[in-house]
Design a protein. Structure first.
Length: 82
């Protein structure tokens, strides 16, 4: 089976849904639709992108939420289009 590039899939999904800055979604919603055997890897990719500052983490009373970092949109678009 062809391996998928989870970094692009995650960033593309957030960008396509315009989840940037103040608008955010749960990590569980972000990995929904990804094949089950990739979900653990996808969550690891989200944590890596938080460290890279491409994704920002927001803690809320109902769980951890993520969105694209509006300060790094140029880098995000480069990764998506690459």
């Amino acid at each position: 089976m062809q391996d998928i590039n989870l970094k692009k899939v995650i960033l593309r999904k957030l960008f396509r849904r315009r989840i940037i800055g103040g608008k955010h979604t749960a990590i569980e919603n972000l990995v929904a639709g990804i094949p089950k055997h990739y979900v653990h890897d996808a969550k690891s990719v989200v944590k890596e992108r938080i460290k890279d500052e491409l994704i920002v983490l927001k803690s809320t009373c109902y769980g951890k939420q993520v969105s694209l970092n509006p300060d790094n949109l140029d880098r995000i678009i480069e990764v998506i289009e690459d």
